[in-house]
Ligand binder design. Structure first.
Ligand SMILES: C[S@@+](CC[C@H](N)C(=O)[O-])C[C@H]1O[C@@H](n2cnc3c(N)ncnc32)[C@H](O)[C@@H]1O
Length: 249
């Protein structure tokens, strides 16, 4: 997956990726089911514009430090307020600007596929993790089921294959001293009407997403297929599936 330059795109990313309450509720429930012990410090790695920082505070009741390499994303987080209310630090997964044994939970949401070196990132997580630390990886991977309207795009299987597999991510983490504790597919209950959905998929084609590797023709063919099946006012359910992988140090 090609590295994304977020300069000039961070606002579009935030607009396209802000999670609606029904979707957030699925993640509230998935994390609650893990019944993790209360941590002292949480890391949001590759935090982007910061959409998960407040949920992390709510879930864990502990201070969150966000690490994000893109200045445009950090600026977007600052404008949204979240980058001002919480420590929001420049840095990369492969060289974490954190002390040894300083983190109890690390949240990696739709980010691991962008790392330059997943093994180095896992080693760094191993270095900063305290004993018992959980790494929670949320993402779309090569073997995450393709569901909802996403399945209507020709080329989507080729796009999925360009993401790392769950086995590869697990191997990086176990190689760095973590044990895989839990894996599930979380089904996000998205619903759309045609107009906003069409705008959204055209935006997502330019930012990091499963649609980005598609050609222009594949994107337009998927849009046409969905338009052929629905009327303008239809509320269209489009369950989206992401994987949650939990590793324990
Ligand atoms: C798709 S965004 C996800 C942002 C946020 N975690 C979310 O779920 O909304 C991916 C983020 O990973 C960051 N990123 C890319 N390479 C990284 C690396 N090597 N270390 C840490 N973050 C990285 C990008 O700058 C971007 O903000």
């Amino acid at each position: 997956v090609a590295r994304i330059d977020y300069a000039g795109q961070a606002d579009a990313y935030r607009a396209a990726r802000t999670v609606p309450p029904a979707v957030l509720a699925e993640w509230d429930a998935a994390v609650a089911r893990l019944t993790l012990p209360r941590p002292e410090r949480v890391l949001d790695l590759g935090a982007g514009p910061g959409g998960w920082v407040d949920p992390l505070v709510r879930w864990f009741g502990a201070p969150v430090v966000a690490i994000e390499p893109s200045a445009a994303m950090r600026e977007e987080a600052a404008v949204a307020g979240v980058g001002v209310r919480h420590p929001y630090v420049g840095g990369q997964a492969e060289h974490l600007p954190l002390r040894d044994d300083s983190i109890d939970v690390a949240w990696l949401s739709t980010v691991i596929h962008q790392f330059d070196d997943m093994d180095a990132a896992a080693r760094e997580l191993g270095r900063v993790a305290r004993d018992g630390c959980r790494v929670l990886v949320r993402g779309f991977f090569a073997d995450t089921p393709v569901t909802g309207l996403l399945a209507r795009f020709p080329g989507i299987e080729r796009s999925a294959a360009s993401f790392p597999s769950i086995a590869r991510i697990s191997a990086c983490l176990t190689g760095a001293g973590f044990a895989i504790e839990h894996q599930e597919h979380v089904i996000e209950p998205w619903t759309f009407t045609l107009g906003p959905w069409t705008e959204r998929v055209r935006r997502l084609h330019h930012v990091d997403s499963a649609l980005r590797p598609l050609t222009h023709e594949e994107l337009e063919a998927g849009i046409r297929a969905v338009h052929d099946d629905h009327d303008a006012g239809d509320v269209i359910p489009s369950p989206g599936t992401l994987t949650l992988l939990v590793a324990r140090r």
